[in-house]
Design a protein around this ligand. Structure first.
Ligand code: UD1
Length: 360
């Protein structure tokens, strides 16, 4: 089979890398399109290098813009390329604008699309990602889900069982593949940190960083937590621009540039606590059994709460502070790893794609 995978933004790379590796190992044709939604060396190139990904067959170079501009640019650039490459199936992952844009193009050209990480729902339409998830799942042909809650969400929306296959969590494939390399990372020495004695912060959601009052409150809470345990904060470009405009900025926190996959994984794996608004990090901390305080009112990944180490703090500074202090006082979790978070999801995806293709 010829399977074309799409990547656009940072959280896509670790989901596509293991799929491409297994596709090639099993003798399929694996092509890759990068939309260029993320383009900085440390938001994109570092991940290709760390994850051992091949250069994309095509790079659309769309860059930043409003949601409509970015989505439209991906669509216009992708349409002739997918026609030229003529894959048997296109695989999209996650919930970024590139995911939605490429799915829309394929759907109208009647090129089969499979969505990896289908069915996740935050039920918060203020999140651009929730709109991307809803529309992508509505029009993609095959919905490959990570967890039982995702299957239930899709069924509740009227999706027929024949379109749903639970395959597990593909991001954990990358984590399992690359963990041995992370053990050799010298990131702790470079940042002057001691294993188990620091916390990691990431923030980039528009709802958290674009409003100075909300961001200011979150930073106050983080500064309080940093009096208990040093906090290192690899900073997304969107967030850095906002921080620089805020009085007090990142005082009390150790800001760094965004890190590559291996260094970031090493940093998280040896941390005592993570405070974040990222989706993927809620899952990675659950796998590592490291306490995660999620700075959001909701999550599309509830399994990280019911079966993992995650708590939802919202953006109230007192709650962020309290939940962090509670987490720091408890030993790290001992919960079992959620089902199908076993590093073998890429193979289950390929089995599902082949089976589905043969039946069509
Ligand atoms: C996007 C995804 C989000 C994902 C996040 C991970 C959507 C709607 N959002 O958000 O789901 O969690 O990626 O990072 O698709 N910028 C740079 N260099 C880059 C990329 C971005 O400087 O390489 C800056 C630009 O100022 C840009 C801003 O970051 O305008 C936001 O980038 P954008 O791709 O629009 O969204 P993210 O916030 O990164």
């Amino acid at each position: 089979m010829h399977i074309l995978s799409i990547v656009g933004a940072r959280p896509n790379f670790m989901k596509v890398a293991p799929l491409i590796r297994r596709l090639k190992a099993r003798g399929h044709v694996a092509s890759l399109v990068h939309t260029g939604q993320h383009y900085d060396a440390n938001m994109s190139d570092a991940f290709f290098r760390d994850l051992g990904m091949p250069d994309p067959d095509r790079h659309l170079g769309v860059g930043s813009g409003s949601h409509a501009q970015q989505t439209a640019k991906v669509m216009a650039a992708f349409e002739p390329i997918v026609q030229e490459l003529a894959p048997d199936v296109v695989v999209v992952v996650g919930d970024v604008n590139s995911t939605l844009a490429c799915t829309l193009v394929c759907s109208k050209l009647r090129i089969p699309v499979a969505h990896v990480e289908a069915g996740l729902r935050s039920r918060d339409r203020d999140m651009p990602e929730e709109i991307n998830r809803l529309v992508t799942d509505c029009i993609a042909d095959l919905l490959l889900t990570p967890s039982p809650d995702a299957d239930e969400n899709l069924r509740a929306e009227g999706v027929e069982d024949s379109r749903i296959v639970r395959v597990g969590n593909i991001m954990i494939d990358s984590l399992v593949d690359q963990l041995p390399r992370a053990e050799d990372s010298d990131v702790l020495e470079r940042l002057g940190l001691n294993a188990g004695k620091y916390g990691v912060v990431t923030l980039h959601r528009p709802s958290n960083v674009d409003n100075p009052e909300v961001l200011g409150g979150i930073l106050d809470a983080l500064r309080d937590v940093a009096r208990e345990v040093p906090l290192v904060f690899p900073c997304h470009p969107r967030t850095r621009a906002r921080l620089e405009a805020l009085p007090g900025g990142s005082d009390g926190l150790q800001l760094t540039e965004p890190l590559g996959y291996i260094d970031f994984m090493a940093l998280v794996a040896r941390s005592r606590i993570v405070l974040t608004d990222s989706g993927g990090l809620q899952e990675e901390t659950t796998w590592h059994r490291i306490p995660c305080v999620t700075i959001r009112e909701n999550t599309e990944r509830p399994i990280t709460i019911t079966e993992g180490s995650n708590v939802l703090a919202g953006t109230d500074p007192a709650r962020i502070r309290d939940l962090s202090m509670q987490a720091l006082q408890k030993p790290c979790g001992e919960h079992p790893t959620p089902s199908l978070w076993d590093g073998k999801t890429a193979d289950r995806i390929i089995d599902a794609l082949v089976g589905w293709h043969e039946q069509r």
